[in-house]
Design a protein around this ligand. Structure first.
Ligand SMILES: C[C@@H](O)C(=O)SC[C@H](NC(=O)CC[C@H](N)C(=O)O)C(=O)NCC(=O)O
Ligand code: NI
Length: 146
């Protein structure tokens, strides 16, 4: 069995693509418009090495947009989506520069949390060993919950 994707329901396509693609660097690889079911599915791949191309076997993120608004009461049973990054400090700085709140800053040089426009927690983990402790991250307080 191969893990294919995680699906999250979104309330705003433009805001979600701005967050996941423009700010987080993911790529849209497939889109399905279902007139009968009145929904759109958008599949995103995590950013990839420009030289190696996309890792075709890597799991995708499936965004489901229902054309008719409905409530999505958030349950604590869903935790987060996790992505590995080459440099947790640079990634968080780039995201902050693009206006993203770092809810849980990488004080430990290893783990940070942000949230999608619909409040889905996104975990960012340093690839390999944790980075050396560095300011401003070491003394940066949390911003809300994640
Ligand atoms: C393409 C494949 O990866 C799917 O996930 S299709 C599954 C299908 N999705 C929908 O019908 C989308 C619209 C629906 N109103 C919804 O919000 O899910 C489906 O069976 N969804 C039900 C589910 O619980 O995922
Ligand atoms: Ni699916």
């Amino acid at each position: 069995m191969r893990y294919l994707h995680t699906m999250i329901r979104i309330t705003d396509v433009d805001a979600s693509l701005e967050f996941f693609c423009t700010k987080l660097g993911m790529k849209e690889v497939r889109r399905i418009e279902n007139e009968k079911g009145r929904f759109t599915l958008i599949f995103l791949a995590a950013s990839h090495d420009e030289n190696q191309g996309r890792n075709e076997s890597a799991p995708l993120l499936e965004l489901t947009y229902n054309w008719d608004p409905e409530p999505y009461p958030g349950g604590r049973n869903f935790g987060h989506l996790a992505y590995e990054v080459d440099d947790i400090y640079q990634t968080c700085q780039d995201l902050m520069d693009k206006g993203v709140t770092i809810n849980r800053p990488p004080r430990d040089g290893y783990m940070a949390f942000i949230k999608s426009p619909d409040g889905i927690s996104i975990e960012l983990l340093q690839k390999g060993a944790a980075r050396e402790e560095a300011e401003p991250w070491a003394s940066m307080p949390n911003s809300g919950s994640w």
